[in-house]
Design a protein around this ligand. Structure first.
Ligand code: HEM
Length: 164
């Protein structure tokens, strides 16, 4: 399985656009900025809904109304973050595949966070009908917050493992 991923990584890293990113002085930081801009939108809107489900902050809107108004920005941010992340990955794919922090981030934490986020977003329509949210909403919102916090912890640990 690992050899399949390594073969894919080698091919990806050799594409003209991946070589352009890794070979240029400005392209990598630009792509990094794209990843972070997408993450600001994605994580910011996730956190807003999680806090509302937890019952923290001003309660001008129900969780259901807040979720609806943030929905488009939330998924636009996600698409930008994934596009940027994929380009960062492509620029040095053979380095990232064996990196344990990258494996935990992308193989376990990100998929778990996305599934939980979709559940919270969908369920906030019923949980968020009234100003006060049920206990299950609070527990799952806290869990989602902790998973994204762990994703960030894993992501910032990637450079600590030298896999060259
Ligand atoms: C959607 C949730 C994601 C979060 C919260 C996230 C978070 C982060 C953070 C905080 C960093 C900065 C690490 C640092 O410079 O110290 C980072 C870097 C990076 N991310 Fe993501 N990311 C996400 C998704 C993705 C995806 C989907 C990919 C790949 C397809 C990806 C690939 C990368 C790569 C390759 C780096 C550069 C690591 C390095 O060499 O320092 N990320 N990410």
């Amino acid at each position: 399985m690992l050899s399949f991923f390594m073969a894919f990584a080698k091919w990806l890293q050799g594409t003209w656009w991946a070589l352009d990113i890794s070979g240029s002085t400005w392209a990598y930081p630009f792509v990094q900025m794209t990843h972070f801009s997408g993450l600001s939108l994605w994580l910011g809107t996730n956190l807003s809904l999680d806090l509302r489900l937890l019952g923290i902050g001003k309660k001008r809107q129900t969780a259901s109304q807040l979720s609806d108004s943030l929905f488009a920005w939330n998924w636009i941010g996600f698409c930008i973050a994934v596009a940027g992340g994929f380009m960062l990955f492509a620029s040095a794919a053979t380095k990232y595949i064996p990196n344990p922090a990258f494996e935990i981030k992308l193989g376990i934490l990100v998929p778990t966070g996305i599934i939980l986020h979709i559940i919270n977003q969908q369920k906030s329509r019923t949980w968020g009908q009234t100003s006060e949210t049920p206990m299950v909403a609070k527990v799952l919102a806290l869990l989602e917050f902790l998973i994204w916090f762990s994703v960030i912890t894993a992501a910032v640990s990637i450079p600590n493992y030298d896999t060259h």
